[in-house]
Design a protein around this ligand. Structure first.
Ligand code: ATP
Ligand code: MG
Length: 239
């Protein structure tokens, strides 16, 4: 495989000036509240134009917009300071992953990245589906972003299978890879190399998988070749 020169723009925020988490929390709660109201209007408006779905050219954009708005609403509900515990339920990760990939279809297309998905199981897991969404949306977005600037084929492959009594989800990309020197930093809050990244994505992903699903997140990466994230989540015992 040919070596690529990855275009990495390093912008790691250090915690030399500690952030006041209480102020940050209050500020975020205000933003969540301010977004919730217009989002309800968007959902109602989309409901009103639902019958236009019969027109083939706009069927897909309307249904994508509705799916995204519903997802945003459930993220806001879970993030709400008024809700103490995330709702836990049984769900099929295959279905959930399909929806997330669908939401990223346009983003990937814009960046010329080919995303493929294969699943060999429809077993269920238990946890908050919204936390699952947030964790995997970030992993998939990161994988697509990692392909930016590379000259060879840009691919992201998502696979769902069963390993022993666990669900194994892998997200592999042919992107820039993560340099050895910073591999220990990527789960640290606020570590980012993206001009507009918050650097919170992987910290939240790890916490969501470990706390909400009793799972694990590991990865291997080679600079100039790509990265594979592996997530293991216990499967529900079938009755
Ligand atoms: N698949 C990947 N390939 C290469 N680098 C990665 C990959 N995933 C994560 N990284 C690196 O880890 C950093 C931290 O990722 P993280 O998801 O926490 O934050 P972010 O993507 O920069 O910002 P945000 O998720 O808030 O939009 C990224 O900026 C990037 O440098
Ligand atoms: Mg991210």
């Amino acid at each position: 495989m040919t070596q690529r020169k990855p275009k990495r723009q390093k912008r790691s925020r250090s915690l030399k000036n500690p952030i006041d988490l209480e102020i940050l929390g209050k500020h975020s709660a205000g933003i969540l509240h301010d977004i919730a109201n217009p989002l309800t209007v968007v959902l109602l408006a989309l409901e009103q134009i639902k019958h236009f779905e019969k027109i083939p050219e706009i069927r897909e954009p309307i249904s994508l917009a509705r799916l995204s708005a519903i997802q945003m609403k459930s993220i806001l509900e879970t993030a709400s300071v008024y809700k103490k515990k995330s709702p836990s339920k049984k769900f099929c990760p295959k279905k959930e992953l399909k929806n997330i990939i669908l939401l990223f279809a346009y983003y990937a297309q814009e960046k010329d990245v080919h995303v493929s998905f294969s699943a060999s199981t429809t077993e269920k897991i238990r946890g908050c589906s919204c936390s699952f969404f947030k964790a995997f949306a970030n992993l998939i977005e990161n994988a697509i972003d990692a392909c930016e600037g590379i000259s060879s084929e840009k691919t992201v492959t998502i696979m769902l299978s069963v390993r022993n009594d666990k669900m194994l989800i892998t997200i592999s990309d042919s992107g820039c890879g993560i340099p050895k020197g910073v591999q220990k930093d990527i789960f640290e809050p606020f570590y980012t190399t993206k001009p507009r990244g918050s650097g919170l994505g992987l910290a939240i992903t790890k916490e969501n998988i470990e706390k909400n699903f009793n799972g694990t997140v590991t990865y291997t990466s080679t600079e100039g070749v790509g990265t594979i994230f592996k997530i293991l989540i216990p499967i529900l015992p079938s009755k």
